[in-house]
Structures are given as structure tokens and as C-alpha cells.
Design a protein around this ligand. Sequence first.
Ligand SMILES: NC(=O)c1ccc[n+]([C@@H]2O[C@H](COP(=O)([O-])OP(=O)(O)OC[C@H]3O[C@@H](n4cnc5c(N)ncnc54)[C@H](O)[C@@H]3O)[C@@H](O)[C@H]2O)c1
Length: 342
Amino acid sequence: MESKVLVTGGAGFLGSHFVRRALNGGREVVNVDCLTYAGDQRRLADVSAGAGYQFVNLDVADESRVKQLVADERPVAIVHYAAESHVTRSESDPDRFFRTNVEGTRNLLQAAVANGVRRVVHVSTDEVYGSTLSGSFKEPDKLEGTSQAASPYSQSKALADDLARSYADSLDVVVVRPTNAFGPWQYPEKVLPRWITRALRGEPLLVWGDGLYVRQWLYCEDFASAVDLVLESGAPGEVYNVGPTHDPEITNLDLAKWLVQYLGISASQLQMTGYDRPDHDRRYAVDSSKIRALGWSPGDVWSQLRKTVDWYRSAQRWWESLVGEAESIYNDSGSVSKKAEV
Ligand SMILES: NC(=O)c1ccc[n+]([C@@H]2O[C@H](COP(=O)([O-])OP(=O)(O)OC[C@H]3O[C@@H](n4cnc5c(N)ncnc54)[C@H](O)[C@@H]3O)[C@@H](O)[C@H]2O)c1
């Protein structure tokens, strides 16, 4: 697909990796982001000076400004990443999540229809399926509405996902459902960068519950390549799961133990805390054979994890100003119960 792409949330973690890829691939990018605590233009310092890049500070929940911007810019496609993305924050401020994630999505879809945008890629999440103890979800397994989603974050994303697909009659819309992502530039509120930055500061790595929660860890650049692929070759109205399959599966405790070993820190830094998230989803698993059939494949997770840790080691100046805010949302360190066997 040629020419101008409007990317929302491009100052965030995953959006910035896509913006970089799109610019390097010769696309023109309009990056629309209102720079919440999670938005940071330093993520794009290496590419933002180029002629093909434009930043617009705009709240996607502002209907009239979204409409005006899409009419003014006339992008051929919209790639919609912008969202409130953190489950823990959604427990205390659900309204913000529904406003940005549902109303913001509606505004973009309406503006796309009104202005003849050729394709919209909506970034959803594997959390819309809820948890499963065995097997993996295929794309049709999402039930209508919020029923399988446990947190206000995943509920808002489930509604936005339904909304995006409901526009398929009037718009070429493609939905992607990525699994838990990681990589450079992720805000240190999320579990992996939180553990890495805590470990590098000599703080304990706090593992919630029994640590046996399972996620399919997806590298940020693998996801950017998946979005690029569906933007070009996805079928209109279709949904694509995007996630790697790990054999054996990786539990949170496996990941924390690996980190201790890779960083060469004391095993006593890994601590099981008595805390756990209410309704903590046990296991997420999706079947990504549909996007694999288009030609997508993820890289090796362990080398991607090493690359990520090495990046955080070298990027202390960026994350050290953020960890105070990121840590302030948690209340999980007061009840450390026992050390894990590493
Ligand atoms: N990170 C993950 O593991 C993961 C997994 C599955 C799906 N996703 C989805 O991928 C997308 C990006 O996630 P992320 O981890 O990069 O999030 P992030 O929190 O790092 O970035 C979100 C970006 O959206 C911007 N934003 C928030 N509210 C906005 C608003 N009202 N108007 C304009 N901009 C706004 C923020 O400033 C930020 O730059 C989200 O839709 C998220 O639901 C993320």
C-alpha cells in the first residue's frame, strides 16, 4: 500500500516500533498521540526528523478533531494502536479506558468511513478471549461483548474489537489480536521491564501468586511486521491472531528465573509475594496459523529476551526517570512470603 498512513498511539511502545518500520519502508506517517504518561516521543528520536514524518498531538476521544484531522490528512490507511493499555490502572480508573479504547475507536472508524480511507487496521488483544487452561483460541472464538474479558482494560478492548468488526460492511477493516508483547522502549509498569529495571536497581523481582501464569511472549518488531503484513495482504473484514507458540510454554516464574540467571544476580532477588491480581487470568493462548499462512513468523524468544535485557542495561537514562511513577501504581511488595527456588 502506497503513501500516507495515519498511526494512532505511535508515541507508545508498540506503535513506535510500527512507525519506525513504516518510515524505513518508505511510507509517509502521521503519528496521532495525546502523550499520556505512556506516550514518549524519545522513542522515535532516530526517525522523527525525516520529511515523511508528522506528529499531531490529539486525543482520539475528541470526535470533532479526529474527524477534521482525517479529512485534512486524507490517509490511505489508519493503523489504530492508541489505547489505555495497563490492566492494573484499569482497576482504579475504568472510565478512562472505555473513553479512549471504545469511544476513540468509534471516532476513528466513523472518520475513516466519512473520508474514504482505504483500510483500517485495528489493534485488539488476545485478552478479548479470556483465559483458557488448555488448547488455544482461534479467531471465531471471541464471544460478542465483554463476557470473556476479566478486567476493565480487556472489557474495553473486547467492545472496541466488536465495534471495529461491525464496520466491515462500510469499511475495509482488519483486526489483529496480539499476545503479550515485550522489547525495547516498553514503559516499566509492565511486568517484564518492571522486573528488569528492578533487578538492575538491586530491588527484588516480585512474582505474583504461584507464578504459574502463562503468556505467549511476542517481540515488538515481530508484531510490527505482522501489522505491516495485514496492512498489505490481510483480507478485508478478517481477524488475525498474532502470537508465537512456545514449547514448552513459559510461565511467569520461568521468565523471572531466566532473568535472574541471565543477569547473573543473586537468586534471593526473586521473591514470591503474597499479592495477586484479582481475577488474574491463568493462561492466554491463541492459534496464529491464519497469519502464518500469510507468511508471518516470529523470531526466537530467548534471543529476543536477551536483546531486550541488554537494551534496558544501555537505556538507564530513559527508564530511571519513569520507574518512580510506574512503581507508584503497585501495592504488591509488602507481603513477600518466600523466596523462589531458582
Ligand atoms: N503491550 C502489549 O503487551 C499489548 C498486547 C496486546 C495488545 N496491545 C495493544 O496494543 C496497543 C498498543 O499497546 P502499547 O503497549 O504500545 O501501549 P502504550 O501504553 O505503550 O501506548 C499507548 C499510546 O497511546 C497513546 N494514547 C493513550 N490514550 C490516547 C488518546 N486518548 N488519544 C491519543 N493517544 C492516546 C499514549 O500516549 C501512548 O503513546 C494497544 O491498543 C494495546 O491494547 C498491547
